[in-house]
Write a new protein. Sequence first.
Length: 193
Amino acid sequence: MKSERPPVIGITGTPGTGKKSTGRIVADLLGYRFLELNRVAFETGSVLDRREDDFEVDQKRLRRNILHRIEGGDIVLSGHLLPYILKRGEVDFVAVLRCSPEDLEKRYVGRGYSDAKVRENVASEILDICLGDALKQFGTDAVAEFDTTGQRAEDVAKAIVAVFKGSKQRSIGQVRWLSDQSAAEHLIDRYLK
């Protein structure tokens, strides 16, 4: 169900899947504003605790600040916190970005994440946590997933715009890192034990 206000598009996913770079391009393609949830959290004093490679957010405070900023619509919101900040009906379309666990591990190591943080984030991707949270919060009619593995941000952004505009079919549940038994055994041994 579409709202009467101009559209709000959300881009979420496990950290490192390309939300920020893809979101900026989607906003440019549509002529929308771009807003990164993490940046707003820091700018508005919504960050409660900052650790080496992680931070805790006051979700209620961030929600108030985000709701104020999305009133006019025509906006792309990017961030893994999206399902915890906004509710069903407040976002018209949600793109969940996915990426292979091996690629994510390389990105996290390059960012200097601790071993524990690498394992936590990779496990989240393997177990479809961000997809599940988005589906639960926004419903199947508002969500689509996009595999960014080996893809240019520009191509992912164009696919998101095509699905949003209805010229390309929406996909949910096609990315399954544990569907192949040998791959599943490797991923479970490496990240989930």
